[in-house]
Design a binder for this molecule. Structure first.
Ligand SMILES: Cc1cc2nc3c(=O)[nH]c(=O)nc-3n(C[C@H](O)[C@H](O)[C@H](O)COP(=O)(O)O)c2cc1C
Length: 457
């Protein structure tokens, strides 16, 4: 058996092989087990950790993993991954959805807002992961139990969140600083949970240590590990490191790995899946920008939606929100925590046909390349007013667009209102926008989600 691979150790997924590994220690490979990016591979003493994984966990994991194979999963998205939005993606064929992150402690205390986060749309989200943030086995087990009761298919542990609120509680990506403690916690939760347990990580906190973390997690009984190919410190400033993700996949053949980062188009998704060897891939911002991405992936082509087509889809989201929150003032108030915010991603839609952008996407992620209104021969004047309005990045525009869509009785009404709005307000909004670009465009940071979704400088 090959023991060293791309800086990591090949560890058998089953506990039955542990004695052989013990026998091999200390491995001459260990000192050279440098990770790409400067981190360390498995360290002396890591193999001493005695994880027991009952055979029923392994059987359960296999059945669960086969349900994810080859799929493109909707990422957990605080605020964005509200139930109505998730349901919208399933209508475009999204096969696997995930909840927003919920704090285990809040769930166990009966916090209704936290509890609402992990409830799937009944009969719609048929493979649904409830994402939990915790740092203890006890709370994790309790939260997994609640996730099962709320109808989740599996429980995902958040070990990737970079926001201060999570870090100061000792949760999220900073847990990557202590891979052994993390692995012990995961193993403890896995053994007591009635649901399969997965873990979502980044490639490191400050330093890249993903090989070591994944090699440890592979022994804990985790059913799969999602790797977002950036460190906690990088936030979104660098392209996700898919070559590192591929290396980790190759080093852990027994563990299903879900690759994540910068998937914006159907051809990004197919290419990442085939080239990385990942078990599945995951998209976050790509789905927020084009919720119909899953249909494009199924059909292997871009849908090339007009502004009017998109108005129809955004109004479908309104309808789903009205169903969830109610079609009254109270419902509107609740929905408007989410709905205008969605336009901070919707406005980034641009047609990206593979024939034109396929090659460029190989060289640099289209997710990071911001396309201006007049890319590729398009002039501002060549776009309809409606198209220009839907592409406007101005926050005031997002509020007004959301209101017009909510209040309209039909798509036709909505288009009329939006065109009126564009005629009167667009010049001002575009002028304000122009003050920020080009060159002046700063990375935008959502203070509520802490997602720094910026452009690399
Ligand atoms: C608005 C927003 C909210 C997010 N919320 C969560 C979350 O609750 N839990 C989590 O693990 N990751 C969260 N993420 C990170 C995504 O799940 C994903 O890992 C990251 O965006 C990289 O994938 P992408 O390049 O496809 O967007 C969030 C990302 C965004 C943009």
């Amino acid at each position: 058996m090959q023991l060293c691979h791309s800086g990591g150790l090949l560890l058998p997924p089953t506990s039955s092989l542990r004695p052989r590994l013990r026998h091999l220690r200390p491995s001459p490979c260990l000192p050279q087990a440098q990770e790409k990016g400067g981190g360390q591979g498995l360290q002396e003493g890591d193999l001493d950790l005695d994880f027991s994984v009952p055979s029923w966990v392994e059987e359960r994991n296999q059945a669960f993993a086969s349900s994810l194979k080859g799929k493109c999963i909707l990422a957990p998205l605080t605020k964005g991954g509200n139930r109505a939005f998730r349901q919208l993606t399933t209508e475009f064929g999204c096969p696997v959805t995930m909840s927003e992150m919920a704090y285990a402690r809040g769930l166990l205390k009966g916090d209704r807002v936290e509890q609402a986060r992990i409830i799937p749309a009944v009969g719609v989200e048929n493979c649904f992961g409830a994402q939990i943030a915790t740092k203890t086995i006890e709370e994790g087990v309790g939260a997994a139990k609640l996730a099962k009761e709320s109808g989740a298919t599996w429980c995902d542990l958040n070990v990737g969140c970079p926001i201060k609120d999570a870090s100061r509680r000792g949760m999220g990506a900073i847990m990557l600083r202590k891979p052994r403690s993390l692995a012990k916690m995961v193993n403890g939760i896995v053994k007591e949970s009635e649901l399969p347990v997965t873990v979502k990580i980044r490639i490191g906190a400050e330093k890249v240590n993903v090989h070591r973390v994944v090699a440890l997690l592979a022994r804990t009984g985790a059913a799969a590990v999602t790797i977002h190919g950036r460190t906690m410190e990088q936030m979104y400033r660098k392209p996700a490191d898919w070559s590192l993700i591929s290396d980790v996949v190759a080093a852990n053949p027994g563990l299903p790995i879900i690759g994540n980062g910068d998937i914006l188009t159907h051809y990004d998704a197919s290419r990442r899946l085939s080239e990385s060897g990942c078990h599945a891939v995951m998209t976050g911002r790509g789905a927020l920008i084009r919720p119909w991405l899953f249909k494009e992936l199924q059909e292997g082509r871009e849908l090339a939606l007009s502004a009017e087509d998109r108005v129809h889809i955004y109004r479908r989201l309104v309808a789903l929100m009205k169903e969830q929150f109610g079609n009254d003032e109270w419902g509107r108030k609740k929905a408007f925590y989410f709905f205008p915010w969605h336009f901070s991603f919707f406005h980034r839609y641009r047609p990206l046909p593979e024939e034109v952008y396929g090659e460029a996407s190989r060289n640099y992620p289209l997710m990071i390349t911001r396309h201006k209104k007049h890319d590729d021969g398009e002039t501002l004047e060549s776009l309809s007013l409606l198209e220009r309005l839907l592409r406007c990045s101005n926050e005031k525009a997002h509020g007004e667009i959301a209101a017009a869509l909510w209040d309209a009785a039909s798509d036709k009404d909505a288009i009329i209102s939006l065109e009126k709005l564009a005629s009167s307000e667009l010049p001002v909004w575009e002028a304000e926008e122009a003050g920020r670009e080009p060159g002046n465009e700063r990375s935008s940071r959502d203070t509520k989600t802490g997602q720094d979704d910026g452009v690399e400088g």
